[in-house]
Design a protein around this ligand. Structure first.
Ligand code: PHB
Length: 534
């Protein structure tokens, strides 16, 4: 991994050499929390406490308090010496994506194009002189790397880059020249391989002029050998400006860059034109509910955890969740009202987020603020790859530790005749040692299978020795945000533990709580993509 730029002395986000100085009113604990989340994101989701200490330059006691606060918010998980990003953190990036509205309006068309062409399709927005992905319809192929929602790429090594650069201001070009001069190998971009031989700046200015003339652009292996892409801009019908760029991504084993243009550009342009129709005809967004009771919650956590809970960090992060669908441009008053924070606290949080690049003034006349794409740098790329078993595992482990019995998750096989175990947390009292992840069993003989086959509301199933004498299993469904059953979870125990009735009475509440916790994480992680069930 290439080295990255952080301000090691203060543990604040990488200072932009051309950017403003830290404002006197910035909330230092909030900047530290943001730095910790960014380092965890760059490290693909997990770091030890001591690695975090080194990466941020913060004192160990500060890292401890920041991570304890983030854990209390369910934004990270503490596991011994390791800190891991937790699915709930996706709500920060979700706030940006919901406020932006483009994924909700355009991702279905992007997915349809990927199906039509059997190639990956992505949507990206401009993030200063870089591009950031807001949607990925990925065809997993062994040949090349694929990017995640929230990944940041240098504009000049992509096909969307020159299309965005057609609208750059002279300040943007200046920023770009400065960045290239100070980081010629792209070491600040962890999602791409380092650039072995820096290219002249003129290559990109020439490609930008071409993109302006053509209305589309190519990437001929600018990121890595083999990776090719063709891109076209999706314009905002009200302003005529580029709202996002749609790309079709392929590999030279299937298409040359010129072949992409000849064979796939027409389908891309037609998809883009229907995306623009969608933007033109979309009804105004319905404002969603504002997060409830946050100020009360942080106050209670402070009471409980005392010095270990950094209230200004928790309050500052909740400011980001005030944004969302139909709440894309908020005034200070709006933010204070949505979060329950005082105006003074909300104002300092906004100043801090603006300095960290997460919030920007959207209009000088009505004094509103909007979230920036950089909000996705707070955990989104690693969280956007989580599968359902990965989301469920910590919850199954907690349940197994609580009830001292083995727990599992399973899905139905394609034929519907078998269940397949997808996650498992065994205890020392393990009875059925032959069950591991991947094991298949006849669905009707298992409680998991009966729940999956019945798909009934509020159901549970209990089996008592059907599969194996003396073995009892209690199972409940796990549902996604649309209410569709996506898996079932169970507790297995020895029949000697009690009567079937007492087993239900003792274990069902804990099992249901576990299903609810998995469902909450799934809602956060799956709001803007489908979470793989296995
Ligand atoms: C991608 O979506 O992975 C992608 C898009 C445009 C590029 C390269 C990769 O130029």
């Amino acid at each position: 991994m290439p080295a990255r730029t952080t301000n090691a002395t203060h543990g604040t986000p990488a200072a932009d050499p051309a950017g403003p100085a830290e404002p006197a009113e910035a909330v230092t604990p909030l900047l530290r929390g943001i730095a910790v989340l960014r380092e965890l994101t760059e490290a693909d989701g997990t770091l030890s406490l001591s690695a975090l200490e080194r990466a941020t330059g913060l004192a160990r006691s500060t890292v401890d308090r920041v991570t304890a606060t983030l854990a209390r918010m369910d934004y990270v998980r503490l596991d011994g010496r390791d800190v891991t990003l937790a699915p709930r953190l996706a709500e920060l990036g979700n706030a940006y994506l919901a406020a932006l509205r483009l994924p909700a309006l355009l991702s279905r068309r992007a997915d349809a194009l990927a199906d039509e062409l059997d190639e990956s399709v992505s949507l990206a927005v401009a993030d200063r002189d870089a591009i950031r992905f807001i949607h990925q319809a990925t065809r997993r192929r062994a040949m090349s790397l694929s990017f995640r929602i929230g990944d940041l790429l240098p504009a000049e090594r992509t096909a969307p880059g020159p299309l965005f650069a057609t609208e750059w201001t002279s300040a943007d070009w200046h920023h770009w020249h400065t960045r290239r001069a100070s980081d010629p190998h792209d070491t600040a971009f962890s999602a791409v391989p380092p650039l072995p031989h820096p290219t002249p700046d003129e290559d990109f200015t020439r490609r930008t002029a071409r993109a302006a003339a053509d209305g589309w652009a190519l990437d001929d292996q600018l990121i890595e050998p083999g990776l090719v892409a063709v891109s076209a801009p999706v314009r905002d019908p009200r302003t005529g400006r580029v709202a996002c760029v749609a790309s079709v991504v392929s590999h030279t084993s299937r298409h040359t860059a010129a072949g992409l243009r000849d064979d796939l550009l027409p389908a891309l342009l037609s998809a883009v034109s229907s995306m623009e129709d969608t933007l033109r005809t979309a009804p105004p967004p319905e404002p969603g509910p504002v997060p409830a009771g946050l100020a009360v919650w942080t106050g209670a956590s402070k009471q409980e955890l005392g010095r270990g809970f950094v209230e200004s960090l928790a309050r500052g992060l909740t400011v980001l969740t005030a944004f969302g669908e139909g709440r894309s441009a908020l005034t200070l008053t709006d933010v204070a009202k949505a979060t329950g924070l005082s105006r003074a606290t909300a104002r300092r949080a906004l100043i801090t987020h603006e300095y960290a690049g997460l919030i920007t003034p959207s209009s000088a006349t009505d004094r509103t603020f909007t979230l920036t794409p950089r909000t996705l740098s707070l955990g989104f790329p690693p969280l956007s790859r989580l599968s359902l078993p990965q989301i469920a595992r910590p919850h199954l482990e907690a349940l197994a530790a609580r009830v001292h019995e083995s727990t599992s998750m399973a899905v139905l096989s394609d034929s519907g005749e078998e269940i397949q175990y997808t996650a498992r947390a065994a205890t020392s009292r393990v009875l059925s040692a032959h069950i591991t992840v991947g094991t298949r069993l006849p669905a009707p003989a298992t409680a998991l299978g009966r729940v999956l086959l019945a798909d009934a509301p509020q159901g549970y199933a209990l089996t008592d020795g059907e599969l194996e004498a003396g073995l009892r299993s209690l199972a409940v469904p796990v549902r996604d945000r649309a209410g569709h059953m996506v898996a079932a979870i169970d507790v297995t125990l020895h029949a000697a533990r009690g009567t079937p009735e007492s087993c239900v009475e003792e274990l069902l509440p804990a099992l249901r709580e576990t299903a609810t916790a998995i469902e909450a994480d799934l809602r956060a992680a799956g709001r803007f993509r489908s979470v793989p069930p296995v």
